[in-house]
Design a protein around this ligand. Structure first.
Ligand SMILES: [Mg+2]
Length: 669
């Protein structure tokens, strides 16, 4: 409205001035007319009145037309100018209004933003939004105005904060809140204007939770969740780094230890997985305790651990750490008032400049395997020759597994060694012994393949086959014995070696019962030989198995007695019938060692407990005489007979029918 009145005024004023101009022009025109008339009379003296008027009218019309055109033109120009001016002004007003609206919107946005925003100049806070006050833990935004920005940055990060490019910067800092707690923030700074002057606006984003989640995920990706030790991935990474350093400076020793617990499975089986997990955690903490903070201790899974030792001056130093670890691990563990002994087999690989991660791990693994094979609870330092031995052993393992699946066709067979009366050399029992003639490598010693079968678990299936074959063989001999008309109550017993793993099988007693019934042999003629160490393990369970076997009528013998430190109280509790004196004592007899005394003690012990004693490995007449003098009545060894094939045993047994006397081994040599 205001602008229309102004335009009207402008228009009226311009019209007035036009009239004034027209008046001035009329006056000027009259003067000019008079001058014109005079000039015309002077120039054209002979003109008629009509000619004179015609010229005047024509001339006047031209001038009037030109004036009118000029007036109209000027007026239209003026109107156009006014219209343009008006449009320009309207545009300006619109823009100003839009700017005002956008500023309001921006202010609301900043104030209500969930992101913490601060505007500062020269490091001093000019403005903060409520999110920023909340982030630093201030009650109100006003208390922060005038503070130094750097006050809220962690002292260790301040250098970086000062050095950043203020105008456009992105970075991460630790923020110290009013209550001194720390938050992780990401900041983005940008140039802005505040109060009509240049300033910096910084947006803070709290990433504390995100960072801690990231850190947790990262930790989980590289650590074992049970023990908190490094996992295989982190171990490999550290080893790679250590090897790279070692290649640059080989003046120090670098070693990888590979550690496997020897008896973890039995603890796990007996006490459950929860106890097993506690054992693993205890082992982890002992390993950490015996190594330096700079060493890496990792769990590779199950009961396998690996340790990376770096920057040790000598190989001796490496071995002294290995020994410390072994001693620490043997410290007894206690669960539910029961004590357990732990031990580990440790493989040691000493790094060379030619080694890489895989070769180091493989070498340590091979050395561990060697330590385990050499009897556990020990360590072995890798040597290249071990590698070939391992490969050979692995092949043998595979062959043995295949042989167990088809024993008759893969070279497995039984031989039988007589156990005789020391005085008369009459055969009292026959011990079934397993032999393996490998299709490629020929005869393999039981001392080689039996431990492999024990370790791989193949012994269970193998032992089942041995029992079955032995019982079937006994049935054949008994039929021959009966046909020869010999007294059935004088038929010798049959001794079969039983492994601890077989005895631990849930169905062992039931299977044996089923076997003697199926083959139809008297259970009383079967003597199961069990080593002392098996009896010593998990005594409660062993005792119940042995009692069940006794109930079947089977006889029990403790094999290799004297080597396994069994206590007298155990001997009294177990329902055994026979003690077999280990060949080591018999070998040492008469050599001035304590073996004679020990053998005598065992014989006396057997007599006291009402057990029969059998001396193993008798090779000389002197040994036989000495043992007989001690009161030992039974013996086994090359002096009487080597292990014999089934048909040779039949010949030996039936010779009695020819001579009318019980079979005597000395006659077969
Ligand atoms: Mg034996």
């Amino acid at each position: 409205m205001h602008s229309s009145t102004a335009q009207f005024r402008t228009l009226t004023a311009s019209r007035r001035s036009q009239w004034r101009a027209a008046l001035r022009a009329s006056f000027g025109g009259a003067v000019l007319f008079l001058v014109y008339e005079a000039s015309k009379s002077a120039i054209f003296p002979g003109l008629t009145i009509w000619e004179s008027h015609s010229i005047t009218i024509g001339f006047g019309a031209v001038i009037a037309g030109a004036a009118a055109w000029a007036t109209v033109r000027r007026q239209s120009d003026l109107l156009q100018t006014i219209a343009i001016e008006e449009a320009r002004r309207e545009g300006l007003e619109l823009r100003q209004r839009a700017l005002l609206e956008s500023e309001t919107r921006y202010r609301i946005l900043v104030e209500k933003s969930p992101e913490a925003i601060a505007v500062h100049r020269g490091g001093q806070v000019l403005y903060v939004n409520s999110s920023a006050a909340h982030l630093v833990g201030a009650m109100d935004t006003a208390v922060l105005v005038g503070c130094r920005m750097a006050e809220f940055i962690h002292p260790d990060d301040r250098d970086r904060w000062y050095r950043r490019r203020v105008e456009s910067h992105t970075g991460s800092f630790r923020l110290v809140r009013v209550d001194q707690t720390i938050r992780e923030v990401e900041v983005v700074s940008a140039d802005t204007e505040f109060g009509g002057a240049r300033a910096v606006q910084t947006v803070f984003r709290d990433v504390t939770e995100q960072r801690s989640l990231e850190a947790r995920l990262l930790h989980e990706a590289f650590h074992d969740s049970l023990t908190g030790l490094a996992n295989r991935a982190l171990f490999r990474d550290r080893l790679e780094h250590a090897l790279a350093l070692h290649r640059r400076d080989a003046g120090h020793q670098l070693a990888v230890l590979f550690l496997d617990l020897d008896n973890f499975k039995s603890i796990n089986d007996r006490l459950g997985h929860e106890a097993g997990d506690r054992v693993l955690c205890t082992v982890a903490s002992r390993l950490r305790h015996e190594t330096r903070a700079t060493d890496t201790v990792a769990r590779f899974g199950g009961d396998e651990f690996a340790i990376l030792l770096e920057r040790l001056p000598t190989e001796q130093e490496v071995l002294s750490i290995v020994n410390r670890i072994r001693v620490a691990l043997t410290e007894a563990l206690e669960f539910d008032h029961r004590h357990f002994a732990l031990s580990a087999s440790i493989g040691v690989a000493i790094g060379t400049v030619a080694d890489d991660v895989d070769s180091m791990l493989r070498n340590a693994d091979v050395a561990m395997y060697e330590a385990k094979g050499a009897g556990k609870a020990r360590h072995a330092v890798f040597e290249p020759v071990m590698y070939d031995a391992i490969v050979q052993r692995l092949r043998l393992e595979a062959d043995l597994r295949a042989a167990v699946r088809a024993p008759e066709t893969s070279g497995l067979s039984l031989v039988f060694q007589p156990i005789v009366d020391l005085a008369s050399s009459e055969v009292r029992s026959l011990e079934a012994l397993l032999r393996w003639t490998h299709p490629e490598h020929g005869m393999i010693s039981p001392s080689v393949f039996i431990p492999i079968a024990e370790q791989t678990g193949a012994i269970v299936q193998l032992g089942r086959w041995v029992l079955e074959r032995a019982c079937e063989q006994m049935k054949i001999w008994r039929a021959q014995w009966w046909r020869a008309g010999l007294p059935m109550d004088e038929f010798p017993t049959l001794s079969v070696n039983i492994s601890g793993r077989q005895l631990a099988e849930r169905d062992f007693v039931y299977e044996l019962q089923e076997l003697v019934q199926r083959v139809n042999v008297p259970a009383e003629l079967l003597v199961l030989e069990i080593t002392e160490t098996v009896i010593m393990q998990d005594t409660d369970r062993t005792l119940s198995s042995l009692s069940a076997l006794k109930a079947l009528g089977v006889q029990l013998a403790i094999d290799d007695f004297g080597t396994g430190y069994s206590s007298l109280s155990y001997l009294q509790r177990f329902p055994v019938d026979v003690l077999k004196i280990d060949r080591a004592f018999v070998e040492g007899m008469g050599l001035g060692t304590s073996d004679t005394a020990l053998a005598r003690t065992i014989v006396t012990l057997g007599r006291t407990l009402g057990l029969r004693t059998v001396a193993e490995g008798i090779e000389t007449e002197a040994q036989r005489v000495a043992l007989e003098d001690m009161g030992c009545h039974l013996g086994q060894g090359y002096l009487f007979a080597k292990p014999l094939a089934a048909h040779a045993v039949a010949e030996l047994l039936l010779r009695r029918s020819a001579s009318g006397a019980p079979p005597r081994t000395r006659s077969v040599g």
